[in-house]
Design a protein around this ligand. Structure first.
Ligand code: SF4
Length: 297
């Protein structure tokens, strides 16, 4: 079983070591794995482009215009990387909410974090998609190491498991993209994880929309922050595999109400309950007609 520590001690670049492990496990040729990874990066990019150009609402009416709204708005803070990362992440998750095609990475709910962070940074710096293949292979290796030790779904371990995993994968990928060492990449992942511990999964109405769309924007930025710290040689005080153990432990302690059941947190606010009632009402008799009116837009 590959651990984060194994990746940390792998030769540079860690993606080559992970690719060799994958080839040995699956019998696939490295060129085929690389080609498939590039295809997925292209799918991620396509979902970003669709999401940035659409303001069509999801079936619940809760989301759908946020990515385009941010992308079209003036850069109020003079922070183009921040705005790009946030808009890309929300674009993918709004596509998901509209039932569009996305790459689950590692889940559909967290599908915007890696494209937002990694493709956002790459576009900001003018780096072509072909150079994202190796960082994505490292991200996959980090995700696999996490999944062996911890949960990666909100239903199993809360949003910390879902978004925490995607942010960790993205953080490590950015470090490799920028030429950082395997040690720095794994410490970026670890810092992303340790600063996500405790995040609950409380989707309003049980739909992967609120807080999920904006959460991907926030945690894509979180991944960039972790990568920035690691590239400056900052490290996770708690060793990476111990962080994973702590996160798994918190996940096991988390009540079912905070694990995607919509029985707690934001889902149980008056607005959250109103959404649930309206959606249930429509399912029972109103048909798929007009958009639900919500005080959220
Ligand atoms: S709140 Fe739950 S459904 Fe939404 S992104 Fe987080 S884990 Fe996924």
């Amino acid at each position: 079983m590959t651990t984060l520590d194994d990746i940390l001690n792998a030769p540079h670049p860690a993606s080559d070591w992970i690719l060799a492990q994958d080839c040995a496990e699956t019998g696939l040729h490295p060129d085929d794995i690389r080609a498939e990874m590039l295809r997925r990066i292209c799918e991620m990019r396509a979902s970003i482009e669709r999401g940035l150009s659409s303001d069509a609402r999801s079936i619940t009416g809760m989301v759908g215009w946020n990515a385009k709204g941010l992308w079209d708005a003036p850069d109020a803070l003079g922070a183009p990387l921040l705005r790009r990362v946030q808009a890309y992440a929300m674009a993918v998750n709004e596509e998901n909410a509209r039932m569009g095609r996305i790459v689950a990475a590692p889940t559909a709910g967290s599908a915007g974090t890696i494209p937002g962070a990694l493709i956002g940074v790459a576009d900001h710096l003018g780096i072509p998609d072909e150079r994202l293949v190796s960082p994505m292979i490292l991200a996959a290796g980090i995700g696999k190491a996490i999944s062996k030790r911890m949960f990666i779904s909100g239903a199993a371990g809360g949003c910390q498991a879902e978004i925490g995993s995607s942010a960790a994968m993205a953080a490590a990928a950015i470090v490799e993209l920028m030429g950082g060492t395997p040690r720095a990449a794994v410490h970026a992942a670890s810092m992303a994880l340790m600063n996500t511990i405790g995040l609950v999964c409380d989707p309003v109405g049980g739909y992967v929309e609120v807080p999920c769309v904006s959460r991907n924007a926030f945690y894509a930025v979180h991944a960039v922050s972790a990568a920035q710290l690691a590239l400056a040689q900052l490290e996770s005080f708690i060793p990476p595999d111990e962080v994973l153990g702590a996160m798994a432990s918190v996940g096991r302690m988390m009540p079912a109400a905070l694990r995607e059941t919509a029985d707690g947190g934001l889902a149980q606010t008056p607005t959250g309950l109103a959404v649930t009632a309206r959606m249930e009402g429509r399912k029972e008799g109103e048909g798929p007609g007009g958009m639900i009116e919500l005080p959220l837009a």
